[in-house]
Ligand binder design. Structure first.
Ligand SMILES: Nc1ncnc2c1ncn2[C@@H]1O[C@H](COP(=O)(O)OP(=O)(O)O)[C@@H](O)[C@H]1O
Ligand SMILES: N[C@@H](CCOP(=O)(O)O)C(=O)O
Length: 327
């Protein structure tokens, strides 16, 4: 359960006095997520989500996330909406943390994503990329290549506790990805940057909404696709599922084609995406704050995905067919 900062009932009631969302009937910490503290609020007006922003979120970034959710909703992407207090403010402070209340989204995230789910996320991701084109705000990706070495530095001394040899494996991969191979000239725009299954809600087989814009930023659009390939297209036994990858990529490219350079870069971007999530997971695995109610995510899952992506030279190696030229 991700609750790093607890909120006392009287403190919460006092806080909610600034909002016009009805009377608090009950609240509880949410048993998912690893980044922030989230609470489900049940009030006489319905359900809401209260987020206290924690470790990786700078307060200055919050207006970007909150405006983005409004922009996407106006562009037809179903996502939570910030709830303003009586003075029109969507950003507040609670228990010493930046805090926001957002609307509750119906739907369930897929515990075992199917081919249909993969097609759904591919299509939604592409629609989100198109919807992001006229979002005026920009935010650099703090967790792109330049952000990986500080994560490595925070974890390297204890990395071998997780698996012998992991430190050297990470060091070599980081050296490679920092050596000038990372592309900079691919199409850029608004990316979600964390579109894992637990951030995509479905009702039946249809995507009902996208949540969690904590890592959203301006970066390579194809990098978002690569993150999804890693997050959606591997099985519990660690095997890469070609059918799921095909479904995800076909659905994406039907809405937003990937150009030849993006297609050629996809394996490298997936390699970087694997390292990025491996590093954050490793840091979190080694540093669970005392008293926090959180289940850290397994870094080893991403060691395996990284090893797989290291052996992919071209998208042909995935066994998928994508419309358009393949470099
Ligand atoms: N707007 C929402 N509507 C419904 N449930 C939500 C909403 N936002 C978050 N949740 C629930 O809270 C969990 C954690 O939220 P998430 O934003 O992924 O966490 P974190 O802030 O740690 O990244 C989600 O898996 C979901 O169950
Ligand atoms: N998706 C990340 C963890 C952060 O996302 P959250 O939505 O679970 O808070 C991972 O799997 O490493």
């Amino acid at each position: 359960m991700a609750v790093y900062t607890d909120v006392a009932a009287d403190e919460l009631a006092d806080f909610l006095g600034s909002y016009d969302i009805g009377e608090l009937l009950s609240y509880k910490g949410i048993a998912e997520g690893v980044e922030n503290s989230n609470f489900l609020l049940h009030t006489s007006r319905g359900y809401f989500i209260l987020t206290l922003y924690e470790k990786r979120v700078a307060r200055d970034d919050l207006p970007f996330f909150l405006s983005l959710m409004t922009h996407l909703a106006e562009s037809g992407i179903n996502c939570p909406q910030p709830v303003a207090d009586r003075q029109g403010r969507t950003l507040a402070t609670l228990a010493g943390r930046p805090a926001a209340i957002i609307s509750f989204l119906d739907g369930v995230w897929p515990r075992k994503p199917s081919v249909v789910h993969c097609a759904g996320v591919g299509q939604s991701l592409a629609k989100m990329h198109l919807a992001g084109r006229d979002f005026a705000m920009k935010r650099a990706n703090a967790l792109s290549v330049a952000g990986w070495r500080p994560l490595f530095a925070a974890a390297e001394a204890r990395a071998d506790e997780v698996q012998p040899g992991l430190r050297d494996f990470l060091a070599a991969e980081l050296d490679y990805l920092e050596s000038g191979v990372w592309p900079s000239d691919l199409p850029q725009g608004l990316i979600h940057a964390d579109l894992f299954p637990d951030n995509v809600f479905f009702i039946g087989d249809e995507v009902s909404g996208i949540i969690d814009f904590t890592f959203a930023c301006t970066d390579l659009l194809a990098y978002d696709v690569a993150i999804c390939l890693n997050a959606w297209c591997f099985e519990a036994d660690h095997a890469f599922n070609v059918t799921k990858a095909q479904a995800l990529l076909s659905a994406y490219t039907r809405v937003r084609p990937l150009d030849a350079a993006e297609q050629a870069a996809l394996p490298l971007l997936a390699r970087g995406a694997a390292l990025r999530f491996l590093l954050t997971r490793l840091v979190d695995w080694l540093n669970v704050p005392e008293g926090a109610l959180v289940k850290p995510k397994d870094p080893m899952e991403y060691v395996r995905k990284l090893r797989f992506q290291q052996n992919v030279a071209s998208i042909r190696d995935y066994g998928v067919e994508i419309a358009g030229a393949v470099a």
